[in-house]
Design a protein around this ligand. Sequence first.
Ligand code: ADP
Ligand code: MG
Length: 728
Amino acid sequence: MHISIDSPVSVLRGVGPAKTASLAAAGIVTLKDLIHHYPRAYQNKADIKTLAEAAVLCSQSAAEAGGAENKQSVPPCAFLLTVSGEPMYKVIRRGMSILRFRAFDETGVCEITYFNQPYLRDVFHTGSTFRFWGRPAMERGILKLTAPVQEAWTEDASLPPIVPVYPLCAGLSQKYLASLIREGLKAAVSQITDHLPPWILQQNHLCTLGYALANIHFPQSLEALESARRRFAFDELFCTAAAMASIKDGRKGGEAPVLQKNALTPLLKKLPYQLTGAQQRSVREIAADLGSAVPMCRILCGDVGSGKTAVAACAAHIALQNGYQCALMAPTEILAQQHYSELGPLFESLGYRTALLTGSVPASKKRKIHTALSADTDRIDFVIGTHALLSDAVSFSALGLVITDEQHRFGVNQRAMLREKAGQAHTLVMSATPIPRTLSLVLFGDLDISRLDEMPPGRQKIDTFVVNESYRTRLVGFIRKQKEKGHRTYVVCPAIEESKKKRKVSEDTEELANIDFFTEAVEELPLKSAVEHAAMLQSMLPDLSIGLVHGKMKAAEKEQAMEAFYRGESDVLVSTTVIEVGVNVPQATLMIIENAERFGLSQLHQLRGRVGRGDAKSYCVLVSDAVTDTSLQRLSVMCRTNDGFQIAEEDLRLRGPGDFFASQGTFRQHGGPALTFSAGCSDTGLISAAVKSAGALIAADPELTLPENRLLGAYISHMIRSSFHTIS
Ligand code: ADP
Ligand code: MG
């Protein structure tokens, strides 16, 4: 039978209906899925440690922990050990058995324990040698390994030096999956065609797809693995950037109203300030787009406080002057209200009709607004609102421009609905996440980009400090001092991410001992939960009113708590990162961020931007007990600069683009693929090379029809069809 890369996995030996179902649950249906099911980590067993070395590691880690024996602190290592006596097996209580024996190498002895694996009695015999993989621990002077991964070792056996660890599903074990993938690679190898043209590979010193696949699964060395990862990271960035560029190219066909730019003076005269150079430039770029029949798809990127609203107002003004309507959509009720209180009176005074349309507007008033939006005479020119604007009841008589603020807070469906509602209107998206220049073409390559990279004059610097737990009392005193001055304080605690939670102890012992040796060991400090922290602050500041917002609360409860803080009914707002975006509370002068080492720099910067919005001097305190150089170096960037773009570049250099992908709701929100390999890639050279190559390629061969690009063209259009359909 002819096996193709699209054949079902059941063509492989030993894959019956049960395994087929388990594999399908892990997303593996075809051979192609199988060979693209990448390891999530590796065990590096090339570097065999002696027991003497393990003892040293344990005592070093105990010294660092102040003498305490810390079981989790030594990373897993590989050992080559010989069993020194028959294992002791005992049933301790119902459902709990224990198997224990000693094993040695030329430098020492250790004690090895397994729980609930009686069959191992038949595996370990005196004198036999195994390669073990696990975390060594020293307890009362005895070196111990608990439930290490074991593989029988013989002189001629060639155990692989680096062992993949796969994401699993019920019914699949590591060993089974690894051997199946090996089979799959063998069966499919002749059909792996590389979608990247040879000249791109050469130019960027990349390995072929075949080599990359073989070595991402079964690397013969760390170098081979690195070369495979580099290829895949480049591949993702390059193809995504190329896909975005070609989507943008393809949109040129549409027809939108031509909105001529008339004098903006009537509007500008009403603003109490002059536009900054960056604002003027952005307005010019937007005006040029609006003046053409090609629908505008532009993103305005500007740090918090950079003055995006004024730019949006100019854009709206152009639409209204041309007799078209404008809709501005914000992700929350409060934000919509804030925009309305600023822009409503401004545009009314220019002679336009405006309205605020949010969920809490009474039904009868809503109906009136709906009617006035679709009317031909006496209609509402400028409507500001929330997703209530997306309701079926809303239709516009002449919508010319749609502006969305903090777009990434909207879900994919809402974006698609908005696009539908917008019809052929021009669209402007405003984002407060400063994106490094290199990444913007990957993240927003389907949009044109305007950057507000200059702050309005007279912005105060927010003094920023990094402190540790020993400052707690003083910090609480500082909160009280703000209150005495009539000011307010934000306290942000990290949310406990799903992925960081302890994995459920798996039946598969390999899961116990594995570690991703690529992710630089993150400092695992105890996390402050927002709920506990609020309670603690309340007990230390009994006469202050402490508010609380966290992700588990309903949207209405969240808004209520934020509004109470906004109105000054609470003095302190303890929250998870839900306050990151938008809300303007000029009386807030202190931002305290707990477990600051947990946050990306860009996120810290966004949070800090919540204070310093009034005239009073404002402060940001980063609380962290971090001790590693990388953590401290990262946090110190925050003390040095207030420039969001500079911080973003630094964040990219230190952590890779993962945080940026995440802050844009990852690519999935764009409707695109998740960037598995490039998220952790902090090689900015590779990123810009990928983006540059993609740009050059699309410019030279927009449809990718040249013979040497045809495979790539097919690959990218498949990628667009299957992943980007929500935005095309
Ligand atoms: P963001 O980009 O975060 O939405 P805003 O549009 O809310 O920023 O502007 C932040 C503050 O800066 C507002 O109080 C606004 O009035 C003020 N502002 C905007 N542009 C200028 C300018 N060119 N000069 C002085 N102040 C400005
Ligand atoms: Mg804003």
